[in-house]
Design a protein around this ligand. Structure first.
Ligand SMILES: [Mn+2]
Length: 316
């Protein structure tokens, strides 16, 4: 790892232009890691990288430190190739395809990532699948190199960690928690990081609350089904995790289905299982996903999809 960090340092020192790119539709880790690394390079190497994204940044991340430095890729005016392009938290080539010309023309490509990737794009790969967030890797680079940092850097890295670990629920080892403990000792307030994310539009919370309040329950409350009508669909944030999370807190509820009327006859179905698989049901509906979180999109009326989904959980 030390050899890699030496190459990193040499490449950054020699660079006159640097771009930092995360995956499309950045989440807290992609956004936090990119902006923190950009600020660290600025503080320690005296050069300001261009941080860029494509797609949408969720409303909840609208107030993160240095947000204005994250620039929409389509608005950049790129006249010369970058000496160094750094890919952070990008996953696979497909997720940074929007920047493929910039990546191909780069003088040197570095990647910092914790995703599994069989075809890395970087000439220098600072990758570790055992890390619970890319922010963990950026933090460890910073510490091992004794880089200067500031409160924005620490809060951005804390944001990446908190969002990718689901507030530490998915932390696999103590490594990420020791880093968080270090950051708290350096002045990060966990409460402040959580509050930074409490940033949703009023309409979103009202629409999602209504979906919870009108949920139906089947099979002795083992299945909860919530519905978002078309007129409310555009006010949702993301996939409706809030609705799914709240219904999953109810004693006895094992499965949650959220039906989203995307168009008149197009229904998005998100399924969650608390301890039991739902992916076979998503597959039977023509979709797919992970064992406990899966979904499908059906071209049919809301009523038909509703009845079909409820029926599929019979006997589960
Ligand atoms: Mn990540």
């Amino acid at each position: 790892m030390n050899d890699k960090l030496q190459i990193f340092t040499d490449k950054i020192k020699a660079a006159k232009s640097i771009a930092i790119i995360g995956h499309k539709n950045p989440d807290g880790d992609a956004l936090g890691s990119a902006l923190a690394l950009g600020r660290l390079i600025e503080l320690n190497f005296g050069i300001s990288p261009v941080c860029t994204y494509d797609g949408n940044i969720p409303e909840t991340l609208g107030d993160v430190p240095l947000r204005s430095r994250m620039r929409y890729f389509g608005h950049l005016n790129i006249t010369h190739p970058f000496d160094v392009v750094i890919l952070v938290d990008y996953g696979t080539a497909r997720h940074v395809e929007f920047a493929s010309s910039v990546i191909q023309n780069a003088g040197f490509i570095i990647e910092i990532d914790h995703h599994k990737n069989d075809a890395p794009l970087g000439a220098l790969c600072i990758d570790d699948e055992a890390a619970d967030a890319t922010a963990v890797l950026v933090y460890e680079m910073m510490r091992s190199q004794n880089w200067k940092c500031d409160a924005d850097v620490l809060n951005l890295l804390a944001l990446g960690i908190v969002t990718d670990t689901g507030y530490f629920k998915f932390a696999r080892t103590g490594r990420v928690m020791r880093i968080m403990a270090d950051m708290v000792d350096q002045g990060v307030r966990l409460r402040g990081v959580y509050d930074m994310l409490n940033n949703q539009p009023k309409k979103t919370i009202l629409v999602e609350s209504r979906a919870v309040a009108t949920a139906e329950f089947f099979y002795r409350d083992r299945l909860a089904v919530a519905t978002i009508l078309n007129r409310d669909y555009r006010n949702m944030d993301g996939r409706g995790e809030n609705v799914l999370d709240i219904l999953a807190r109810i004693k006895g509820v094992e499965y949650i289905a959220l039906l989203k009327q995307q168009k008149d006859n197009q229904i998005g179905v998100s399924l969650r299982g608390r301890t039991r698989a739902v992916n076979h049901i998503a597959q039977a509906l023509g979709g797919g996903g992970h064992m406990f979180a899966a979904g499908a999109v059906l071209r049919d009326s809301l009523e038909n999809v509703h009845d079909k989904v409820v029926e599929m959980f019979r006997g589960e």
